[in-house]
Design a binder for this molecule. Structure first.
Ligand code: ADP
Ligand code: MG
Length: 726
């Protein structure tokens, strides 16, 4: 009974027992299966492991040795340093952990340790480990190294209670037996379903079978083999996630059929002819995709991405016009009142000449004004409406809503996004994201949407010049600002405020503001916006800047990212090292929107902590490239909110910086699976509906994930609650 073998509580595995099983439970490992899917976090190839006598000062090195002596010393500056002498076949080397005396508790004499770090000179050569792993707690070096599988040393995510060498021991005793519990026949290689959509996946994508993959993960005979194993497990994760998304998409776009919009040339052609510029090839391409989607009977569920300044707004206007031409209403929803007003103005500019009225609905409007707008929405007179989330509140009734565009969608909560889908009217939906994210991340986060990406920027746009000045040259920078101001231009000065409650940051912004007002630019009008102002105060300051009355705007937040002031030519950023690359890019995108040359000035130590990242920012103008770099630096966990609550990441094996190809395959196959087997979705739905009701949407989602995994026959993990992606 293979199934039972893997469902066995870990307690009954060799070398575990009741005490350790409790500790393993605290790591989320309850069953034999959980253990088997507890993948290593680090691999060291024996050929890259050096000997103690070969280490050279200045290099990065990894060694394996036995702890021969250890202790904490204090320097004159009272820094406490833990030191341990490691011995291998070639000789001895001192390892030192400055400022980490507590390591003493983690290492014992006789431990066999793998340590990685840089080699320094301090009374002789010493290794300062960045990372170390206790491979064994007893026995000879030879034995431990010999025990270790082939030439690759694996290290597991361990805990205080269950240490590395314990986990390694447990795997050594049980791995072969556990692997025999994985059937040769599996859902991606079923003997009786040859030729089905799933049956040929492994072969077509050259992926390993599950048993072989797990073997490669725990006991690889090369790093290449390990990578093959990881990719197989990554595919399973991505595929399951995409099947869930595909069901959502199927429900939203196929079961709930949409409107098939028809063109009649009454508005679109005149707009096209009246444009003062040609659409870029990138704009034309995404517009084709959108029109095709809107023209089909399926409901549109689409995410529009493009770099800052790529011209998303005009694309969205064309989409709205198709809805209006077909006799429907179109709505554009923005995250703030100010952005809504700005959009309304832009839309008006393009649409008024065509005889299309643009209405605005925000929370701020007087009751009287609101009533008038609501009425015209209900009786169908209003064709185009712009607003904040006031648009999706109760009491807003549309006559014939055909399309909803959501700008800066990431700033709306999931609930607000869902509210769009729940509407009885089933409009087509177009999300627009302000900051580009890498394609792989978009597919992982918005798998139920189709993607349109605007490639390139309009030609003739002057790139924003990005420069860095050390803090002690601020005066020169201010002189340059004054030159711009004398030309009648405007300037932004931004301070980081990552967290609204961060008092220190707020103080530095306020002090900066005071200094600019009183000492540096006493003859200029300076405004200040930060998150603790009321929205009325904030709007007022912003408006004064938009109108040109305020010349310098000091800001602590990026709340008004979409704001468009063509006359602003300098974006000065204090402490840029505290922003993410995408955030910096978004800020930089606020200038360079007019005809004059614009600058993004960073005040930072060019040799400081984030020097490398800042150099990347200075050299790269492409928002997608910066987003990729951001993903690489920050890691994907950030985006899934997975680090919170100490939960496992949603994607344990998949790596969005490496696995875009797998993601594309997983999504394509998941979609055809669901669309060519309508019974699958309805089966899941009826099983869900036969449940007595769920506490939350998350609970429902995880149940659904579990059912899907069971129906597919992919019992990959017992902890599918992880799929409740926000
Ligand atoms: P974003 O994609 O950042 O929202 P916008 O839609 O605000 O960009 O467009 C930025 C500016 O570029 C606007 O002033 C817009 O009118 C202009 N624009 C849009 N498309 C083109 C084009 N094809 N050629 C020239 N300018 C364009
Ligand atoms: Mg925009």
């Amino acid at each position: 009974m293979n199934y039972f073998k893997l469902e066995k509580p870990v307690q009954f595995l060799k070398g575990v027992g009741p005490v350790r099983s409790e500790s393993l439970g605290r790591m989320g490992i309850f069953t034999a299966r959980d253990l088997l899917y507890h993948g290593p976090r680090r691999y060291d190839d024996a050929s890259t492991i050096q000997t103690a006598d070969s280490l050279e000062v200045g290099e990065e090195a990894t060694i394996i040795g036995i702890v021969r002596s250890r202790g904490v010393i204090s320097t004159r500056s009272s820094l406490r340093i833990f030191q341990a002498v490691l011995q291998d076949e070639s000789g001895m080397i001192t390892c030192a952990w400055p400022g980490q005396p507590w390591i003493e508790r983690k290492l014992q004499d006789g431990d066999i340790v793998l340590a990685t770090g840089s080699v320094r000179f301090f009374h002789g050569r010493q290794l300062q480990p960045r990372e170390f792993v206790v491979l064994g707690r007893s026995g000879s070096l030879q034995e431990t190294v010999g025990h270790s599988s082939g030439h690759i040393f694996v290290s597991y995510p361990a805990s205080e209670e269950v240490q590395q060498w314990v986990l390694r021991g447990i795997f050594e005793k049980n791995l072969d037996d556990l692997l025999s519990g994985i059937a040769e026949e599996e859902y991606l290689r079923p003997s009786d379903r040859e030729g089905s959509i799933l049956g040929s996946i492994l072969k077509e994508l050259s992926l390993l079978g599950m048993r072989e993959a797990l073997q490669a993960l725990h006991k690889p005979d090369s790093l290449e083999k390990m990578e093959q194993g990881r990719r197989r497990l990554a595919f399973d994760e991505l595929f399951l996630l995409q099947v869930l998304y595909a069901m959502g998409r199927y429900r939203q776009t196929t079961i709930n059929t949409g409107i098939s919009f028809q063109r009649n040339k009454k508005l679109i052609k005149p707009l096209y002819d009246s444009l003062p510029f040609d659409l870029t090839a990138g704009q034309v391409k995404v517009l084709r995709e959108i029109y095709e989607d809107m023209g089909s009977k399926r409901r549109m569920n689409r995410l529009l991405q493009g770099d800052v300044g790529s011209g998303k707004t005009i694309v969205c206007i064309f989409a709205m016009l198709l809805a209006v031409e077909g006799g429907h209403q179109a709505a554009l929803m923005a995250p703030t009142e100010l952005l809504a007003e700005q959009h309304a103005k832009t839309l008006q500019k393009f649409l008024k000449p065509l005889g299309v009225q643009v209405h605005l609905l925000t929370g701020k409007k007087s009751d009287e004004e609101k009533r008038t707008v609501l009425q015209s929405l209900e009786n169908g007179q209003a064709q185009v409406i712009v607003g904040t989330h006031a648009l999706i509140q109760k009491g807003v009734v549309f006559d014939k809503l055909g399309l909803v565009v959501v700008d800066e969608q990431h700033r709306f909560g999931v609930k607000q996004r869902m509210a769009l889908g729940d509407s009885d009217l089933l409009p087509d939906i177009l999300l627009m994201s302000a900051t580009p994210i890498p394609r792989s991340l978009a597919m992982a986060l918005y798998g139920d949407f189709d993607l349109s990406i605007i490639e390139g920027l309009p030609t003739g746009r002057k790139p924003v010049k990005t420069v860095i000045y050390p803090p002690n040259e601020r005066t020169q920078v201010y002189e340059k600002l004054e030159l711009e101001l004398m030309e009648g231009r405007q300037v932004y000065v931004v301070y980081p405020l990552i967290d609204d409650s961060d008092k220190i940051d707020l103080r530095s912004a306020k002090e900066g503001y005071e200094k600019l007002c009183k000492e540096v630019f006493p003859h200029r009008r300076v405004g200040l916006v930060h998150g603790q102002l009321s929205s009325a105060e904030r709007d007022e300051t912003m408006k004064s800047f938009i109108s040109g009355e305020t010349e310098i705007l000091v800001a602590t937040t990026v709340i008004e990212v979409g704001i468009d002031v063509a006359n602003a030519t300098v974006m000065l950023i204090e402490n840029p090292e505290r922003f993410g690359l995408s955030q910096l890019h978004q800020l930089r995108g606020r200038v360079g929107r007019g005809l004059s040359e614009s600058f993004c000035v960073l005040i930072a130590d060019p040799q400081g902590v984030a020097a490398e990242r800042i150099q990347v920012f200075i050299k790269t103008a492409d928002g997608f490239a910066l987003a990729k770099e951001d993903l690489r630096i920050r890691g994907q966990g950030d985006f899934f909110g997975a680090q919170q609550h100490g939960r496992d990441p949603v994607l344990k094996f998949a790596d969005l910086t490496k696995d875009e190809d797998l993601l594309v395959e997983a999504q394509g196959r998941a979609r055809s699976l669901i669309e060519s087997n309508p019974g699958f979705e309805s089966k899941v739905r009826s099983l869900i509906e036969s449940n007595p009701g769920f506490e939350s949407k998350e609970a429902r989602l995880s149940k659904e994930a579990q059912l899907v995994a069971e129906l597919l026959g992919c019992r990959y993990s017992d902890r599918l609650e992880l799929f409740s992606v926000g």
